[in-house]
Design a protein around this ligand. Sequence first.
Ligand SMILES: N[C@@H](CCC(=O)N[C@@H](CS)C(=O)NCC(=O)O)C(=O)O
Length: 208
Amino acid sequence: MLLYAIPPSLYCAKLRIVLRAKGLEWREERPPGGYGSEEYKRVVPSGNLPALVEDGFLLADGEAIAEYLEERFPAPPLMPVDLRDRARMRERSRFHDTRLEPAVRRLFPHIALAGRDDTVVARTVREIDVRLAQFARMVTDDLAFGLGDCGWPITLLWIELLGPRMGFSVVLPAEVAAYRERVEQVPWVAAELASYLPAVEAYLASER
Ligand SMILES: N[C@@H](CCC(=O)N[C@@H](CS)C(=O)NCC(=O)O)C(=O)O
């Protein structure tokens, strides 16, 4: 399996948790021509990272790939059996992908002091606080680790590392802190975080 990825990408890290959980082997390549290049878009029309090629089958979009892998390699399962639990697992994933992560991503152009707008940062941090408070009311511990959990430890790591560098502090609501602790104990999450952390730190150092 070939994964198109760049080291600091959140969604590539999220997908690697799925690959690790499934016990799959993969190799990684940077997008040909570089991030955002026309050359890459000739291979992957949307230009999205991550993209996966499996047996000549190309698929881009982390969530689509994760759901494909779940169906292609059902064991061990990363989706609950119960219909409503499956829906809740998807809700957890979509809330991460469409609410929390995009807010965190909006901070990226402001990491370097030269490009920082403190008003935008303060507004974005308030939004992150709101999203985390919402998630605190959604998250429960009755679902076994699954697809909907893979993005959270990655984005929560970014929030933790960005705070001291950008002069803000986000205190996780108790429910989210407990959830994070639980998820980080899952072996494939721990393995991915250990290999991903240096890539995030290198990226942050390059943005100084
Ligand atoms: N929902 C998408 C989001 C992925 C995403 O935002 N990837 C970034 C890199 S971390 C990207 O591909 N940016 C370039 C682009 O969208 O053209 C997914 O799950 O794959």
